[in-house]
Design a protein around this ligand. Structure first.
Ligand code: MSP
Length: 512
């Protein structure tokens, strides 16, 4: 059975979940569900990033211990994911014992490979980004005078400490070769170019331990030094598989790390170099998606426009959020979240197109045949076109999903849905019924229902609950989408003549 390992970033516990967090997790879930549908053995990982100065400071500000803050936020995440129909196989917390084992083991391997050395460190540091900046970098970004972080614009601090370093520079050439030889390694292309430019600009060794705070994992046999939070965080992708010798290590290397564009450098530069140093295979792909604005504005706490998932879920089904986020914006681009756009997408593509096709098809089947499918007779040109369209959709979705092009996958499905509605108009089953063309009427109704079944299957990774309801009506029994798979159910002709469908019940009522 083919294996598939997909990950999300692990989210900092100094903030409650918001739109950006659910975006990556939903995307990862859709990939995981799609791969399961296609028969893969899937490992889907998400979790939280608990260590570091930022979390320590956030906890201090509330007068609680870092672990207490983490526990609170973790609780929110754990409750949220099922509400969004997220089917992660594991949820990692970096405060867990298994993670400490993995981080320290990785450290030992880096050390044994001669990739770690001790030196003194003096530089600028941005606490919110957990990022170090050299004077040259600040000067280049025009941020030296104001002492602002070139990434987030917030105030940076001068730090000087003894620290361990990772010989990042030693892996520069190998990394360049790898990126050049594997065009699919970093996506989309704009991000691949960005990573290439960064590496070509020269890699500096990386300070990978801290002595100025304590909330983290200490360097093996060296309790004064805490492992740099990004080394700690990135290792989570191995921890969950039981690194170093757990059975689930068979899922490594990851098929895709989904991340946001702001954390590209850590995943596309630091992480591969660490893995090379440790003698581990590199992930097959790193996909960096864009950022959402909200009603045209940057999302920020101070503006008070942060989109919280709990509020969205009060207003609408999780499936609608899932559909909108992956349909509205090509994955990899920035986009804008707006209630008007969401309602428009829903009403046109789901209520009007999918909902209408389902309702009218099942309603006609009821009206003319009491819900019972007849024998599909001789095929005409338009029937063949419909079948060709079904097959083209399956192929198109497969290709799009292999590239994380969710919006394209949905476009393919929507094209088929529109074709289905045209098929209804052109065949006018109501006229066939009136004229007593019974055999043709049976053929048309069969084609409609069988297409709808396959449409629901293709849409299921995106909208598991809505599609379960569609399939339940079509199959006339409770359908669990997790048990549906392409091999058994993905071919044309699964529905047999004589099968009785249920009466239609609206799955996509119009949004007012
Ligand atoms: N803890 C690190 C990741 C470590 S992974 C080994 C981290 N955490 S985070 O909570 O700050 O951010 C997690 C993700 O949320 C990032 O991928 C980031 O891109 C994403 N987003 C935050 N705001 C976003 C938007 N407005 N839009 C889309 N995604 C955004 O970074």
């Amino acid at each position: 059975m083919p294996q598939f390992y997909v990950t999300t970033p692990i989210y900092y516990v100094n903030d409650e979940p918001h739109l950006g967090h659910i975006y990556t997790t939903i995307a990862a879930d859709v990939l995981a569900r799609y791969q399961r549908l296609c028969g893969s053995d899937v490992f889907f990982l998400t979790g939280v990033d608990e260590h570091g100065l930022k979390v320590q400071q956030a906890a201090e500000a509330r007068g609680i211990e870092p672990i207490e803050l983490a526990d609170q936020v973790v609780d929110h995440y754990r409750k949220l994911w099922p509400q969004l129909a997220i089917t992660n196989n594991d949820f990692i917390r970096t405060s867990e014992a298994r993670h400490k084992t993995a981080v320290q083991e990785l450290w030992r391997r880096l050390d044994a490979a001669g990739a770690i050395y001790k030196d003194t460190y003096e530089d600028w540091y941005c606490v919110p980004c957990e990022t170090y900046w050299t004077e040259t970098q600040l000067k280049d970004a025009g941020a030296l005078k104001e002492l602002q972080c070139p990434d987030c614009g917030r105030k940076i601090e001068r730090v000087k400490e003894e620290s361990f370093f990772f010989r990042l520079s030693a892996y520069q050439e190998r990394l360049l070769e790898h990126i050049r030889a594997h065009p699919e390694f970093i996506a989309p292309v704009s991000r691949r170019n960005e990573a290439l430019r960064f590496v070509e600009g020269g890699l500096r060794d990386l300070s990978v331990s801290r002595t100025t705070f304590s909330w983290g994992i200490h360097v093996p046999d060296n309790p004064e030094h805490v492992v740099y939070v990004w080394i700690d965080a990135l290792t989570n992708y191995l921890t969950a598989l039981g690194f170093p010798d757990g059975e689930d290590m068979r899922y490594w290397p990851a098929d895709v790390h989904l991340i946001g564009k702001d954390i590209l450098r850590f995943h596309a530069v630091y992480w591969p170099c660490m893995l090379m140093a440790a003698g581990l295979p590199l992930p097959k792909r790193i996909f960096a998606h864009g950022w959402w604005t909200v009603e045209g504005e940057k999302m920020s706490k101070s503006k008070g426009n942060v989109v919280r998932p709990a509020e969205l879920l009060n207003e609408m089904d999780a499936d609608i959020v899932r559909y909108f986020l992956l349909r509205e914006v090509p994955f990899g681009h920035d986009g804008d979240f707006s209630h008007i756009a969401l309602k428009q997408r829903y009403n046109t593509e789901l209520a009007n197109d999918v909902g209408n096709l389902l309702n009218r098809s099942l309603a006609m089947l009821q009206k003319y045949r009491g819900g019972r499918l007849g024998v599909a007779g001789e095929e005409t040109a338009i029937d063949r076109s419909l079948l060709a369209q079904v097959e083209a959709t399956q192929r198109g979705v497969e290709k799009a999903m292999s590239q994380q092009a969710f919006h394209e996958a949905l476009e393919h499905i929507n094209t088929l849905v529109r074709f289905g509605n045209r098929y209804v108009e052109e065949n006018a089953p109501w006229s066939l019924a009136k004229q007593g063309e019974e055999a043709r009427l049976d053929t048309v109704l069969y084609h409609l229902v069988e297409s709808l079944r396959l449409i629901a299957m293709q849409l299921a990774p995106f909208m598991p609950d809505k599609c379960a309801r569609m399939l339940t009506q079509i199959m006339n029994r409770e359908v669990n989408v997790d048990e549906v798979n392409m091999r058994e159910h993905g071919g044309w002709g699964y529905l047999q003549s004589g099968h009785v469908c249920a009466k239609p019940e609206p799955v996509f009522p119009r949004m007012e």
